[in-house]
Design a protein around this ligand. Structure first.
Ligand code: PEP
Length: 244
């Protein structure tokens, strides 16, 4: 399986930030893995034009479940694909928290993305209170069951495990905790989509940095990373890609 290094720029970046994309392309990190950047929707077309013919793919951070219609401010999967996106992040904890997205909504968005030909990157993760209460696997299992379309395949689904308490905090789970969750996710995904689960990339996300990437990528069933803050600068993202 080819590993995937995915960056999530969140609500950061204007056209001036595309200089970082040029720097990343110039750095030519490890050609063995797939590389993806998910900028704000305003930059998808420009980034896609800049990266055309390169190994760097461009993705979006959300999509609407419907193909078109009266949904002011929203973007459909087809619009994102038309702008040059190949992937879309869905159910990020910030969208679950800020916009009240439920597992069922994430699933319908994933179905729309997949039907349009995009790869759906479905995010899951427990809060600190849930981990402290010993509910991590229960919470993640329920999110997976509720958010992942039953007919998803290794080609059109990626799962990102992102503990909410590790996002943007500089804190990461222990290697044993990451291994436990990723092993659990592989088994739970197999129960949901069958043998296809073996080929689905399971990304870890939450305070991945150049200094901890190699250790995290060595964990069984970690097939790449979803990187927030450290994906904004080529000087940080290139060594993370190279560590895969
Ligand atoms: C994220 O939000 O997807 C993320 C992993 O953020 P960070 O790397 O900044 O913790």
């Amino acid at each position: 399986m080819r590993k995937l290094a995915a960056g999530n720029w969140k609500m950061n970046g204007t056209r001036a930030g595309l200089a970082e994309v040029q720097a990343l392309l110039a750095a030519q990190p490890d050609p063995a893995c797939e590389m993806l950047l998910c900028p704000p929707a305003t930059l998808i077309a420009a980034m896609a034009a800049l990266t055309q013919g390169s190994r760097l793919q461009v993705g979006a951070q959300d999509c609407h479940a419907r193909a078109s219609g009266a949904h002011t401010g929203d973007l459909s999967a087809a619009m994102l694909a038309d702008a040059g996106a190949s992937h879309v992040i869905l159910g990020h904890s910030e969208r679950r928290a800020d916009h009240g997205e439920t597992d069922a909504q994430v699933r319908t968005k994933a179905e729309a993305a997949i039907a349009t030909g995009l790869v759906a990157i479905v995010c899951l993760g427990e809060t600190e209170a849930e981990r402290d209460a010993g509910q991590t696997l229960e919470v993640i299992g329920a999110q997976l069951d509720g958010s992942v379309p039953e007919d998803a395949t290794a080609a059109n689904l990626v799962i990102a495990y992102e503990p909410v308490w590790a996002i943007g905090t500089g804190r990461t789970p222990t290697i044993a905790q990451i291994a436990e969750v990723h092993g659990f996710l592989r088994a739970r995904l197999t129960a949901r989509i069958g043998a296809e689960a073996a080929g689905v990339r399971l990304l870890y996300g939450g305070s991945v940095k150049p200094g901890n990437a190699a250790e995290i990528f060595a964990v069984p069933d970690v097939d790449g990373a979803l990187v927030g803050g450290a994906s904004l600068k080529a000087a940080d993202f290139a060594p993370i890609v190279a560590a895969l």
